[in-house]
Design a protein around this ligand. Structure first.
Ligand code: ADP
Ligand code: ASP
Ligand code: MG
Length: 407
């Protein structure tokens, strides 16, 4: 029988009314004769609330226990949705990550899915039940509960769709699909009918939180058809697809903004071989992902080394730097949390020159200073002061995508 995986995000299950609405939607799909596996997030705001509780106890909470705590948000929503389905006369069964056995590695807070055992899910589907799985969580080989990182329910859903061979994975959220930029920032943002996996990977990694990056990597790797759509209005959303020739005509598919990074500078480090390894080794050992790096060499044989890390990890990174900076003879550490990374993304950049020049020109016209730059084949990112982020997004969107024809 055809199988559909549906994922409902925090806002879509944010109240009891909304959970009842989701139950109606799921029930009506099931009545068309399809099997349905539903993945749910915690109710909106819940994961933040739980994280803040842990923070009240410890600045660096024990990561194992923090995951046990964070995973509890999804336990509530799977139970509520299953109850709502049963109230409609629809047999349903909730599963936590470890009950399915969604096996992950042991990197608490950012665990990767290694394997999903489909036995129990298939059994439940065979019994005519809707299977309701808690997103964002798994279990490692020693039975420890793990979480996949913020937004990780998207990854749970796409991974389930891949392992269960579903016909598609529908991601239901609070916007109608993937837009050319965040519609909450720019009212001219346009919904894309389709987007290439690679473009979506770049957009997701540069701040477009509508899909979590690993979910898109999974979708690409296993060719899962993903449909991002609204849980509130019943219209076609955006399909993630393989890149094709026609996409090269569009220079920039999207503009993204990420305010979740912090810039750290090691000031006046002696410029000698092995230094970068000495500085970034301990950061990597702490599983902190460094994004951009720049090094300014100066005449006096020292260099300023600047890099960005996720906001959630920056205190840990600074604590590590405080130890390293004496060892490498640096003169000091500067930390700047008021930054934003703005990116333009499009597969058309592979075949067209001049996107970077145009981007810098637009920012210069708005009087916005560029602090760091990085590029990939289909993306250009700049770091700017956080207070300019919305101005930059709107100006770049207008320059590359244009205004809405029928506002
Ligand atoms: P959910 O709780 O359903 O997982 P998220 O809040 O994680 O939803 O993601 C949806 C949000 O992503 C939207 O409300 C929107 O503001 C934001 N967003 C950022 N960039 C984009 C984009 N390019 N297209 C659509 N939404 C975007
Ligand atoms: N509840 C988790 C979060 O808020 C996972 C998710 O919603 O995808 O990040
Ligand atoms: Mg999300």
């Amino acid at each position: 029988m055809a199988l559909l995986v549906q994922k409902y995000g925090g806002t879509s299950v944010g109240t009891i009314e909304r959970i009842k609405h989701v139950a109606q939607k799921v029930h009506s799909v099931k009545q068309t004769g399809k099997d349905v596996v539903v993945v749910v997030s915690a109710m909106a705001g819940e994961t933040n609330r739980l994280g803040a509780l842990a923070q009240e106890i410890a600045e660096f909470p024990d990561e194992r226990e923090r995951d046990v705590l964070l995973a509890s948000g999804e336990q509530v929503s799977v139970a509520l949705l299953s109850l709502a389905l049963k109230e409609l006369g629809q047999p349903a069964r909730s599963f936590l990550g470890h009950q399915v056995r969604i096996e992950t590695d042991s990197a608490y807070g950012k665990a990767r899915i290694r394997n999903i055992d489909s036995t129990k899910i298939n059994q439940s589907l065979k019994n005519g039940e809707v299977v309701v799985v808690a997103g964002f969580q798994g279990v490692d080989e020693d039975e420890n509960i793990t979480t996949l990182g913020r937004g990780g329910s998207d990854t749970s859903a796409v991974a389930l769709a891949a392992f269960l061979n579903a016909e598609a994975c529908e991601i239901y959220t609070d916007v109608e699909g993937v837009f050319t930029t965040d519609p909450a920032i720019c009212s001219d943002a346009k919904k894309l009918a389709r987007i290439a996996y690679d473009e979506m990977i770049e957009l997701a990694s540069t701040g477009a939180k509508v899909l979590e990056i690993r979910s898109v990597e999974f979708a690409k790797k296993f060719s899962v058809p993903v449909h991002v759509r609204s849980s509130f209005v019943d219209v076609e959303g955006t399909w993630l697809v393989k890149e094709d020739e026609s996409m090269n005509d569009v220079l920039v598919s999207g503009v993204a903004c990420d305010k979740n990074e912090v810039k750290i500078t090691l000031v006046r480090v002696p410029d000698r071989p092995g230094l970068a390894a000495q500085i970034f080794g301990p950061i990597a050992d702490a599983h902190i992902v460094v994004d951009m790096i720049i090094q300014n060499a100066s005449e006096d044989g020292t260099t300023d080394l600047t890099f960005t890390v996720p906001k959630a990890d920056h205190k840990k990174a600074v604590a590590i730097m405080e130890k390293t900076h004496a060892a490498v003879n640096a003169q000091g550490i500067k930390v700047d949390p008021d930054i934003a990374k703005i990116s333009v993304v499009g597969v058309g950049m592979r075949t067209h020159a001049g996107v970077a020049a145009k981007m810098f020109e637009v920012l210069a016209r708005e009087g916005i200073n560029i602090e760091m730059i990085s590029t990939s084949e289909i993306k250009i990112s700049v770091v700017i002061g956080a207070k300019y982020s919305e101005l930059a997004v709107r100006a770049l969107h207008e320059a590359f995508v244009g205004k809405q024809e029928n506002p």
